[in-house]
Each structure stands twice: as structure tokens, then as C-alpha cells.
Design a protein around this ligand. Sequence first.
Ligand SMILES: [Zn+2]
Length: 312
Amino acid sequence: MKWRGRQRSTNVEDRRGAGGGLGGGFNPFGRTAGTGGPRIQIPTGGGGIGGIGLVIVIALIGMAVFGINPLALLGGNVVPGGGAGTGSSTQGQPLPEAGQDELADFVAVVMKETENLWTEVFAQSGDTYAPPVLILFSGQTEGGCGVADARTGPFYCPVDQRVYIDLSFYEQLRRQFGAPGDFAQAYVLAHEVGHHVQNLTGVLPEFNRARAAMSETEANAYSVRVELQADCYAGVWANFVGQANLLESGDIEEAINAANQIGDDTLQERMQGFAVPKTFNHGTSAQRKAWFQRGYSTADVGQCDTFSVAQP
Ligand SMILES: [Zn+2]
């Protein structure tokens, strides 16, 4: 992506370690910098994990690949409405000046481009887009959905309307998930911003309300539709930056590869050797690719209605 020199979003808060570098912060879990990034733990059925521990582990898996914070979903602790920035104290600082920190510059430019798209889309229906705040942290940080932990991957918290990311996730995305490239990284953020849009449009609050009465399997199927819509929105965003001539050769392929690598079936087969479809909550690789491409090829958020199709 041709992002250099582009305007950065001002809605980015830096809570990384004092040094500002990856892994520079205090990490109570003892993960040292440069040792391969966050781990994803899976229940093995071999005992030792039960009750609430199991719930938490499943929740962590659920959010491992940039979902909505399921702890907030499980707790029903979602505050509908409320402006961005409500709900928790500011612990961070503005980003370093442009040119000091390449990855921070990159994510801030991506966020700005999402603001440009969604401001335009909301304006078309006479609405004003209130962007989320992106929180950069290292290790752990406190937020409206509880403690954000690097091990769980990036997520959107509807309670405080913030996107949380430990930038070391991008190393994990590249190495562990086999999804290299700056546009794979951009796709991650655009997907999370998609969840923020869903929060504003009411899709997310409705999901949280409805899932309380659902079985786990039903809620997973509903979650898939929510996630695929966020993928479609990320595709619309990719088209938008393409129209601004910011795409480089290979960018779209990077995003599609990322969507493929983080499909539920692909992830489960990699992690445990087999896939259990009723546990899918983000969508299969084929679904994620298809909805990203649908958004990308149509450039129309109206084409991202994953809820009215029989099979997304
Ligand atoms: Zn998601």
C-alpha cells in the first residue's frame, strides 16, 4: 500500500512501553520480546481445564483472530450508544511524530483512510461518522472490555468503542498464520473498524441482545454473519483506497490470503488437525475470501448484508 506521507489519524493512542518499541512494555506473563509472539491456547480435552477456565480459553480462541471481544459478549456488558472514548481513562499518549515509528505511522494512515471512507458512507445517508480510537499497547492494557492481552490478538471493544492491537500481532500474522504483507495488516484494521461500524448501525447491539437466547451453535452461526460482514466492509475499504490510487501490485492478494489463512476451518485444522463446523464463529476460509471480494468488487456496503442470505 502506498501509505507513506499520507495523513495520519489523530484517533490513535499509544500505550506501548516507554521505549515505544515492540515488546518493550511490562509483561506480567513473562513473554519476552522476540520469542515468537502470543500463543493461542486450545483445550486438549486432557484435563486440567474446566469450568470458567474452559470458558475463558474458548473465549480467547474466539477472539484470537481479530474478533469482537467475546468477554464483553459473554458478559452482556455492552453499553449501546455512548461516544468514542467513554468508559475508561486515558493511559496513553499521542503517537511519536511522523517518521519516527514506521509501523505506528502505517496503522495511523490506515485508520485515517477508514475514517475517510466511513465519513463518506455515513454522509450519503445524512449521518455523521464517529470514528473509533485505536489503542496501541504492548503486553497488556486495561480497557472497557477488561484487560486486553497481546495473546488474544486485535479486537474491537463495543463498550468503549476502541480497537486494541499489540503490534507484535503482525509478526504472528506473518509467521504463524502465513499472512505477510502490509495489506494483510491493513485488512486486520479495516475488519475491526467494520465492527465499529456495526456497533454504530445497531448490528452489534442486536447481536449481543439476541445471542442471550440462543444456543451456542446458533450464536456461532450468527457470529459468522457478523464477522463476514466486517470482512465485506474491509473489502469495500480496499476498493476505496484503490480508487485513491494507494494500492500496489499484490495488495489485494495479501488481504485475500490473510482472509484464507484465518478461516475457522483452516485455523482449526492447523491447530488441532481437524475442523468442527458447529464451532465456527468467524467463517470458513472460502466464506471470508468471498465476502472480502464481494465488498472489494462492488464497493457497495449495501452488498454486505450477510444476514438476509440463506447461506452466507
Ligand atoms: Zn471480527
